[in-house]
Write a protein that binds this ligand. Structure first.
Ligand code: NAD
Ligand code: MLT
Length: 542
């Protein structure tokens, strides 16, 4: 019989389900860390947790018994999924179960801030009857900005619209069609949205791109008196900038459920006027906890009784035979997705994958899923893999279309990916050199031949003498080594639009990019980060 350890407090419904399955022996041991946690895990086949326990690489080291971890909740940021994957441990999560509760908590914080609920009650406790000081503002007729319109962001939008608010949004992966259905006016960057809102709420994962998404400059770009809410992850708002914004009076209020450090030891916002804070309570309702605990218990019961893997964030149940001979192209497709997600930011309505040559004989459906996994990888809270990527695209109203031509073109096999948005199409084509060397061979209408790994700098420029020399000088001055360089132009005539891709040995500083943009003829410069040569995504590693 499989043994399962429960590492964080879990609702009774989940525990009862595990115990009554008759297939699993359950032990509850909460509050474990360090060596105690490491040693405890050695005795179990499965584990269930919430966000309290930290399942680090050290906690899993040398563990040959543990096979599955179920996270009762969305974020798996407390589990080292890379380490788990390396050790063949399936990590599963329960993303939908706490959506409504977290959306309701967001609305509760927005209402409480607007009507001064907490300081008003405090004043009563202190013996005052002060009605004038706590005059609030109505939500109806006000504008709410939502950054991140996945499950929770959309649920907040629906509720805000019911409160007669106007809702504006930004999410690079929500189609305009879906936004229209929901009644949300979309913007193509947070900066464009910020000046219009009375309230701002964020519902993105914490990633390199969303960390400090709202800092001093962004706060200044908003109207005086704006109120900010964060029920997603600490660090999306820069806490020091929030303090500054409150002190200057530019911010009318801040409500936080999540913090840069949790539990926060010395949060500078605590005790400031117009601040309302809760201790990560978004998902803390009876209903949400019951939903996620039951779902997590079901995942483990199915896993241990039938071998089924559902909602896995790190494993793709791929047939080893299908994988054979496809690994290099899966990696190429995934890298094209990562590349286009970074180089052309626009809200997609469709992704088109064209397969040409020998590759058409393979299972191209898997290749399209690998592309989608790359495209969404940095945008989702839960890890994206070849299994869940297509579903995630569909949920966002983004169509995935495949075309196949068996005629061999310039290469024996070529994959062309197009990300189509309302006003433009971003295109990149790639091929494999040898069995495992992905190369970019076309970007927009420019043919080139560039690496698809490490740090790339993609720049648009006019094809005139001197530009490339000046670019090379800038990187030389900044001590950034150029490992490879490729330039391509759309027509065969000089003087027109061209694209350059530099493979760099380090990430250039902002000053180098600014200097590049000052070179006459250079119109854009974008850094694209890809995995190192030969590194496969976690879901593809053997
Ligand atoms: P989700 O994956 O369904 O949605 C995330 C959305 O963010 C996606 O639509 C994605 O396209 C968008 N996004 C990613 N990067 C972006 C960027 N740079 N700018 C704008 N949008 C971007 O996730 P979800 O279930 O809605 O969860 C949202 C957040 O809420 C997560 O951080 C999650 O951990 C957190 N959460 C907190 C609580 C709580 O207790 N406070 C409970 C549940 C979830
Ligand atoms: C989540 O990621 O599900 C939420 O932050 C809630 C939790 O951690 O329990």
């Amino acid at each position: 019989m499989a043994r399962v350890i429960v590492l964080d407090p879990l609702s009774k419904e989940g525990l009862d389900l595990l115990q009554s399955s008759g297939q699993i022996e359950v032990e509850v041991r909460t509050g474990l860390k360090g060596k105690e946690l490491h040693d405890a895990l050695l005795e179990f086949d499965g584990a269930i947790c919430r966000s309290g326990v930290k399942i680090t690489a050290a906690a899993l080291e040398g563990n040959r018994r543990l096979k599955a971890i179920a996270r009762a909740g969305v974020g798996v940021d407390n589990i080292d999924t890379e380490a788990a994957t390396r050790q063949g441990i399936v990590v599963m999560n329960t993303p939908g179960g706490n959506t409504i509760s977290t959306a309701e908590h967001t609305i509760a914080l927005m209402l409480a801030l607007s009507r001064n609920i907490h300081p008003a009650y405090q004043s009563l406790i202190e013996g005052r009857w002060d009605r004038k000081q706590f005059t609030g503002t109505q939500l109806a007729g006000k504008t709410l900005g939502i950054i991140g319109l996945g499950r929770i962001g959309q649920a907040v939008a629906v509720r805000a619209l019911a409160l007669e608010m106007k809702v504006l949004g930004y999410d690079p992966f929500l189609s305009a069609h879906r936004a229209k259905e929901l009644g949300i006016k979309m913007f193509s960057s947070p900066r464009e949205l910020l000046p219009h809102v009375h309230y701002l709420t964020v519902h993105t994962p914490l990633t390199d791109e969303t960390r400090n998404l709202i800092g001093t400059d962004e706060i200044r770009a908003m109207r005086q008196g704006v109120r900010l809410i964060n029920c997603a992850r600490g660090g999306i708002y820069n806490e020091a900038a929030l303090v500054e914004g409150l002190k200057s009076g530019h911010l009318g209020g801040v409500a936080l459920d999540v913090y840069e450090n949790e539990p926060p030891s010395n949060c500078p916002l605590f005790g400031m006027p117009n601040v309302l804070c809760t201790p990560h309570l978004g998902a803390s309702t009876k209903e949400a906890q019951s939903n996620v605990a039951v779902e997590a218990a079901e995942l483990l019961i199915d896993f241990f009784t039938t071998g089924a893997i559902r909602q896995s964030v790190n494993m793709a149940p791929l047939d080893p035979k299908a994988l054979e001979g496809l690994r290099g192209y899966l990696d190429l497709s995934y890298r094209l997705g990562l590349f286009l997600a970074q180089v052309d930011r626009a809200m997609p309505v469709a992704c088109k994958l064209r397969y040409r040559g020998e590759i058409c004989k393979k299972d191209t459906r898997l290749l399209s899923a690998a592309f989608a996994a790359g495209l969404l990888e940095h945008a989702m809270e839960s890890p994206v893999n070849i299994v869940n990527a297509e579903v995630l695209l569909k949920e966002r109203g983004i169509e995935l279309v495949e075309e196949r031509t068996s005629d061999v073109g310039d290469f024996s096999s070529m994959i062309t990916a197009e990300v189509v948005s309302e006003d433009r199409t971003a295109l990149a084509s790639g091929t494999l050199f040898g069995n495992n060397m992905p190369r970019l061979v076309q970007k927009a209408d420019c043919r080139l031949e560039s690496y698809l790994d490490g740090t790339l700098l993609v720049f648009h420029h006019r094809d005139v003498p001197g530009v490339i020399g000046q670019v090379g000088n800038i990187f030389g001055r900044h001590q950034i080594n150029i490992a490879q360089m490729s330039v391509g132009r759309g027509t065969n005539q000089p003087g027109g639009a061209a694209i350059g891709v530099l493979a760099l040995d380090a990430t250039p500083p902002a000053e180098a990019l600014a200097e590049m943009l000052a070179v006459p003829g250079v119109t854009s410069a974008t850094i694209v980060k890809l995995p190192p040569a030969g590194a496969l995504p976690p879901w593809l590693r053997a």
